[in-house]
Design a protein around this ligand. Structure first.
Ligand SMILES: NC(=O)c1ccc[n+]([C@@H]2O[C@H](COP(=O)([O-])OP(=O)(O)OC[C@H]3O[C@@H](n4cnc5c(N)ncnc54)[C@H](O)[C@@H]3O)[C@@H](O)[C@H]2O)c1
Ligand SMILES: O=C(O)CC[C@@H](O)C(=O)O
Length: 389
């Protein structure tokens, strides 16, 4: 029986992928084999010795100590693209909110007093304050052209916008999905200088933290709209407050409330709702539950942010041995020697690496004795060893 600790609300459709006769999943689990989570912060969480996998039912993994997991030989899985449509829809809504000044206008209308006739009179007298602009012909800058950025760029094209995109590490898959008319920028500054609206779709990393700061905002077109459904930390909110005060920015539409911008008419801050649709929560939970289950039961790795992709169909009737180790020379030799010296024939073996991590899956003809596991664990550089019957 595998034990799965859930640290956030994980959609029941995802948990249904873990049959009760094989998996016990709850928020109360002790000594978990795997953890499933959404935005819970794991940085100060003591990693249990029993932990074998982490499944993030979403895209961003900045709430997870990925490097610490790697050092323990633990893969971190996520659900790439599974919530991209949900975020795209809210970003497009954000463009309309900004372009038509909908939030301050709605706020104004909600506070009108008097008879219907008096309210309508005040509305007609004041409505010019909320005059907006239309999207066709305007330029949208998209920074980060992954699952969400590409969806947003293509949707903006369909609305008649010009789109300029920046992503130095765009994948072939994203490049194929992107509308041909999306123009390629060579820097973030180029995007800021040429866009009426800019939307951010990058992960929060040491490189992207405060990517939007005072000096970058100084290069923005006057009256630009900034949209951030990526992560709070990608934007320096103090600098945004200054840019709004000076008129450099028209408005800031984001998914992250902050004290620096609280109560402003020119800021819309939603409570991290980008992925909050039933569809996205189900897609993410199903994808990540399937991946974690597959890893626990077979050792296969699909959609991990720190491990190489490795899928080996089960071959033969013996045990499967999985070894995670530092990606240094002569590890494979030591693993196969330990197996061979136990008198076990290797039916199939795959070794893949990614960065500092190497991962070897070996199907043997027979049972793997406990001494072999201990011997492998004792090899310098070996991070984790598992036997799957
Ligand atoms: N608001 C929400 O609820 C919500 C939901 C989903 C994702 N997100 C956030 O959005 C981010 C993007 O999600 P995704 O599914 O599109 O991820 P993704 O991995 O598919 O795409 C991210 C893209 O950003 C690019 N990138 C990285 N650093 C960059 C840089 N410095 N400049 C330009 N491009 C850069 C990458 O090359 C990649 O193509 C996530 O990491 C997460 O933080 C937020
Ligand atoms: O689970 C959520 O609600 C948010 C997820 C989102 O931030 C992500 O990175 O996928």
């Amino acid at each position: 029986m595998y034990k799965i600790l859930t640290l956030n609300n994980i959609s029941a459709k995802g948990l249904d992928r873990l049959p009760r006769e094989l998996f016990e999943a709850s928020s109360e689990i002790q000594h978990p084999d795997a953890v499933l989570l959404r935005s819970a912060k794991l940085h100060d969480w003591p990693i249990p010795d029993t932990l074998k996998a982490v499944g993030r039912a979403g895209a961003g993994v900045n709430n997870i100590p990925v490097e610490a997991m790697s050092r323990r030989g633990i893969p971190v899985f996520n659900a790439p693209g599974a919530n991209a449509n949900a975020v795209k829809e809210l970003v497009i809504a954000g463009l309309f909110l900004a372009a038509r000044n909908i939030c301050p206008a709605w706020d104004f209308a909600r506070q009108l007093q008097g008879s219907d006739a008096e309210m309508n009179q005040q509305a007609e007298a004041e409505k010019k304050r909320f005059t907006g602009f239309e999207l066709p012909g305007r330029t949208l800058g998209v920074i980060g052209l992954g699952a969400i950025g590409v969806n947003v760029a293509n949707a903006a094209r369909a609305l008649g916008m010009n789109v300029i995109g920046y992503d130095p590490d765009i994948t072939v898959r994203s490049a194929w999905r992107l509308e041909a008319a999306v123009r390629r920028a060579h820097s973030i500054d180029e995007v800021f200088a040429e866009s009426d609206m800019v939307t951010l779709h990058v992960p929060e990393t040491d490189t992207t933290r405060h990517m939007v700061n005072g000096s970058r905002l100084a290069t923005a077109r006057k009256g630009m709209v900034l949209v951030n459904f990526a992560r709070a930390g990608v934007v320096d909110v103090e600098a945004v407050a200054g840019a709004l005060d000076s008129g450099r920015l028209h408005s800031y539409i984001c998914d992250f409330p902050s004290n620096a911008l609280k109560g402003r008419d020119d800021v819309v801050a939603l409570p991290h709702l980008g992925a909050s649709t039933h569809e996205a929560q189900e897609n993410c939970a199903i994808m990540v539950a399937d991946q974690v289950r597959d890893f626990l039961e077979t050792g296969n790795v699909v959609n991990s942010v720190n491990f190489p992709e490795l899928v080996l169909p089960r071959n033969g009737s013996g045990d499967r041995l999985t070894v995670v180790n530092a990606n240094v020379p002569n590890m494979l030799g030591q693993i196969s020697t330990a197996v061979a010296e136990a008198g076990l024939n290797i039916d199939d073996m795959v070794n893949k690496s990614r960065g500092d991590i190497a991962y070897t899956v070996t199907d043997v003809a027979g049972r793997i004795p406990a001494e072999v596991v201990e011997r492998l664990r004792g090899i310098e550089g070996v991070l984790s060893v598992r036997v799957i019957e």
